[in-house]
Design a binder for this molecule. Sequence first.
Ligand SMILES: C[S@@+](CC[C@H](N)C(=O)[O-])C[C@H]1O[C@@H](n2cnc3c(N)ncnc32)[C@H](O)[C@@H]1O
Length: 366
Amino acid sequence: MLERALYDAEGGFYEAGGRAGGRHGDFLTSPEVGGLFGAVVARALDTWWRDMGAPDPFVVAEAGAGAGTLCRTVLAATPECAAALRYVLVERSGAQRRLHAEHLRLEDPALAFAPVDPDTEAPVAGSPSGPICVSLPELPRVAGPAVVLANELLDNLPFGLAERRDGAWCEVRVDLDAAAGAGVGRGGAGRLVERTVPLDPERAAVLDRLAPGAPAGARVPLQAAARAWLRDALAVAGHGGRVAVVDYATTTADMAARSPSEWLRTYRGHARGGALLDDLGAQDVTCEVAVDQLALVRPPSSDTSQDEWLRIHGLDDLVDEARRTWAERAHRGDLAALAARSRVTEAEALTDRSGLGAFRVLEWRG
Ligand SMILES: C[S@@+](CC[C@H](N)C(=O)[O-])C[C@H]1O[C@@H](n2cnc3c(N)ncnc32)[C@H](O)[C@@H]1O
C-alpha cells in the first residue's frame, strides 16, 4: 500500500511532483537548507577518499538523490577528489530524475565506471577526468570499493506495521472496506481500513527480542525494505568501501513506548499531513528508522548525531570562515557577504538538536 502511495507511476506522491525543497518542496531536508551541508559532505568524501588510498575512479552513489541538490552542493564545494569523482545519482522516481539534468551535466553511465577496452580489457587511455555525474534508477552494480550515501531515504521506504495484542504480535494490514465500495486513492470512492492478522513466529520472535515488554496496543514498524536496501548498499560499497546513512532514527523499543503518531508522520506542503490512510499519493509518509532492525543485517561501525558528525567533518571551520567574510564584507552587502551570512544561519538549522541536528548518521565501513 505504501509502495503505491509513494511511488506508483500514476498516483504516487513522488511521481506526482512531491519533493524536498525550499520554495517548491513539501518538506525541508539538510541539503535543501543551503550549500553548507554539501560542503561538509564534500570534506567527508575527501577524508574517505584519502583513507581508501585516493582511488581513481572514486565512485560515490547517492541513493534517494531527489532533485540532485546534494550532488550540486558537493560539486560547488570543489572537493579535492573531484578529478577522480564518479557521482552516481540514484533516484527511483522518474519525475525526480528528470530534475537532475536541469542543473547537472550528466554523462552516459558507460563512461562513469573505469571504462576498459573491450578487446584488451585495459583501461581506456584518456578517459575523461571527473567529476562525472550519472543518473540511474537503481544502485549501480560496481566492483567496490565505493561510497554509498543516503540522506532521508530509509525513512521513505515502505514498511509494515506490527501491533501488540492479547500478549502476542499481530501484523496490521490494509484492506478495502467492503461496505464502502471499490476504488482507492485520490478521487477513489473506496475507504481503506486496517485489518490485523497474527504475525509469523519468526518476525514475532525478533520483535520479542527488540521490544520486550511492549505494552498492549503498542505499535512498531517492520522495516524489511530498509534492511534489503542496506544489504544491497553494502554489496555495492564492497570491501574497503563505506555506507553512510543520515536519517531520523531510534530503536524498536523506543517506538513501542511512544505513540505511533510521533514516529509515523505524513507531510504535505511544509506542514504535517493527514492520517496515514487519508489522501493516498497526495502526502509524503515517513517512519523513523529502527537502527536495531538495520543492525540485524550488520551493526553500524559508528552512530553519531548529525550535529556531531558535521563538526567532525569541519563544519566549524566553514562557519568561522563565513563569519570572517561577513565581518569584512557586510558593509558592501555583495553576494559573497550575503552567502556568508546565510551559511551561519544554515549551520544553526543543521545542528539544531531539536531538529536536523538530532538526526543520526550511521556508517558501515567495509
Ligand atoms: C525524502 S526524499 C530525500 C531526497 C534527498 N535525499 C534530500 O535529502 O533532499 C527521498 C527520495 O528517495 C527516493 N527513493 C525512494 N526509494 C528509493 C530507492 N529504493 N532507490 C532510490 N531512490 C529512492 C524518493 O523518490 C525520494 O526522491
